[in-house]
Design a protein around this ligand. Sequence first.
Ligand SMILES: *[C@@H]1O[C@H](CO)[C@@H](O)[C@H](O)[C@H]1NC(C)=O
Ligand SMILES: *[C@@H]1O[C@H](CO)[C@@H](O)[C@H](O)[C@H]1NC(C)=O
Ligand SMILES: *[C@@H]1O[C@H](CO)[C@@H](O)[C@H](O)[C@H]1NC(C)=O
Length: 817
Amino acid sequence: ISNCILITHCFPDICVVGVCRFPLGMSGGQIQDEDISASSQWSDSTAAKYGRLDFEDGDGAWCPVITDEPDSLKEFLQIDLRSLHFITLVGTQGRHAGGIGNEFAQMYKITYSRDGSRWVPWKNRQGKEVIEGNRNAYDIVLKDLEPPIVARFVRFMPVIDHSMNVCMRVELYGCEWLDGLVSYNAPAGQLMILHDMPVYLNDSVYDGGLGQLTDGMSGLDDFTQSHVYNVWPGYDYVGWTNESFPSGFVEIMFEFDRTRNFTTMKVHCNNMFSKWVKTFQKVVCYFRSESDWETTPISFSPVVDDVNPSARFVTVSLHNHMASAIKCQYHFADVWMMFSEITFQSGDNPTHKVDDSNTRILIGCLVAIIFILVAIIIIILWRQVWQKLLEKASRRMLDDELTASLSIQSETFTYNNNNHSSATSEQESNSTYERIFPLGPDYQEPSRLIRKLPEFTKASDEAGDSASNTSPASAQDGVPHYAEADIVNLQGVTGGNTYAVPALTMDLLSGKDVAVEEFPRQLLTFKEKLGEGQFGEVHLCEAEGMQDFMDEDFISDISENQPMLVAVKMLRADANKNARSDFLKEIKIMSRLKDPNIIRLLAVCICSDPLCMITEYMENGDLNQFLSRHEPEGQIALLSNAPTVSCRNLHYIATQIASGMKYLSSLNFVHRDLATRNCLVGKKFTIKIADFGMSRNLYSGDYYRIQGRAVLPIRWMSWESILLGKFTTASDVWAYGVTLWETLTFCKEQPYSQLSDEQVIENTGEFFRDQKRQIYLPQPPICPDSVYKLMLSCWHRNAKERPSFQEIHRILLECQV
Ligand SMILES: *[C@@H]1O[C@H](CO)[C@@H](O)[C@H](O)[C@H]1NC(C)=O
Ligand SMILES: *[C@@H]1O[C@H](CO)[C@@H](O)[C@H](O)[C@H]1NC(C)=O
Ligand SMILES: *[C@@H]1O[C@H](CO)[C@@H](O)[C@H](O)[C@H]1NC(C)=O
């Protein structure tokens, strides 16, 4: 847990109240004696260090001296946590001392400090400072701190009224504050008069450094309502009106504990446009490292949404800027702008500092699994050597198999028997464990795969009998073979992975010429840049005369002689040799994919540089953007006059994605990045699956960069893909579940938008541990129970229990709309 803000993650029925409630070490001993001090002590045996909850050392508690002075709040017990912590809960207890003691604090207050010099009294959300304490000397009383505190030093101050002596034992609960934000400074929130009702948009818990924007409480869609009862309208938000800001923006300054490498800022904004409130229209952020402000700010304009009135987190990429202070100017998109939370994610969070025993257990388990795997591999190697001796003559493939078995990281593909084709995903899902049993019944001759692909049959016919060359003449001898190959991971030009393909298939592909034709470059007219990556760019272009280049079997309703919209992937002229050869491989693979729900490769320009690949593009852009602009049919849509998508059409969209994936999975292709951003929408809600999501800046917040590893769409990835690096059709099924969820929520927010990337990975660990603590995506309001059940089955821990795409497709066809 590196980001503690997870206090109110509300699903339709329950609110998950915080994972940030760990005892901070008074009872556990992690807090050292010298970090516990007090204003005074009654005797050496009731010194500050004895003020530990549940401890009976010394005389059983901390007790201050008794004075007759009227100032009853002079005494305190102080704890130094050594670094900033997010404190959500406190516990107190009196002095029991095995029955001898009977002193306790009936009431107390708390003050805290981040720097040790400026002390702030804690107040609850209603402004009350006094906390009800103990009623006897032995029971522990826990009190939630609402709002929570961000502090390094905390003082407990018993209210002493001289009717009895007071002693205390205490504990603090929370977690380390890794955001690193020490203070922010914003213009005072303002008063809105809405139909004669005052709405107070001031920062009501601001303590001079931090306040409502960091209290872990994100506001509701309707800003006049609040999670907290008995407070005034507008409580959750800090808001401003453009009347008071002639410059058109509100500037907020953020100071951090040290220089950090920032990846993103998430701003939770209200968007009740019917009341003249919108998210910001643009934000410009300046960075200060050392003492100087950088001259080049970053600027970001989110899609201004005047269709969906729900509050949301807007993610702003900060492009790995190093800074110890950030100054952002949020530009008004309407008369009002209201924020309830702002969080920062930095790449160098010292997560190792967190004493997270769960993570250690997880790592321990993984190490154990790796050991077991290594042991099994050794056994298999031994078995294979044995086999080799027996079958020396007819087993030329074995060498390949041995090397393949050794690579734990690479995925395995099993080739399915025709009469088993409905169980594809089950057969593929288990690679890491089952592939090491080479004689298992699930493994089939590669030649069977070849027969399934008409092109490959043709290819092998043309190439003499290459198919029978690759498979020894043992198909009839009754011993099933397994075919296993290293995966060729194509790093798409734009940085994305294209489909993962068994290396064997690649060999076959390389035997034949590319089946697409060269397109005259001059007939392409540039329209806009869709994205870019390390080695190239993707452009949206119009192509003249493309119709002549398309196969007859490619049914399309494009009228003759009209320029056609196409996406052009282009390799930079200075790309290295590997990138070039990957690009050509990608062309070969793409040229073999022919399905109504998969984007088709139309033509190429490879006779001269830069190399280009021309694929279909669909007029309505990607499904994510498309759905964000639409609303479900119903009240809101009527009121806001927004374009709608009916349930029938949503169902049609979901079915087409399933159908396209069914095709890919039948070829044993693993997509690895299925998401709405990778589906394109054409006329009449037709959908085609593509794969260039990652190259677009618009979606950079959807990917997570693991140190030294690839950039990964973790919010769409199965637990085994994240933890074990296993990508299979079953993990595509998982991503399909998330894609379905996005579709039914109209892409109004990222999956798990309330969780930081680190929390998503932590949640992945919960899926692995399977102790019922994993958080699932909630059922979207318009999602029928049967479809939510299907989604949940896609997220089954056991990959074998997830449905195959055939099944998903069938279930969707059967389900009534
Ligand atoms: C915010 O407004 C409320 C309602 O008027 C008021 O009670 C409260 O003191 C204000 N808080 C601050 C910090 O100004
Ligand atoms: C910030 O982090 C990114 C990604 O981890 C890294 O590539 C970059 O070099 C870092 N920047 C600095 C200045 O350390
Ligand atoms: C405030 O915003 C509204 C809506 O965008 C605009 O009509 C109005 O002119 C703005 N007022 C000022 C003072 O800029």
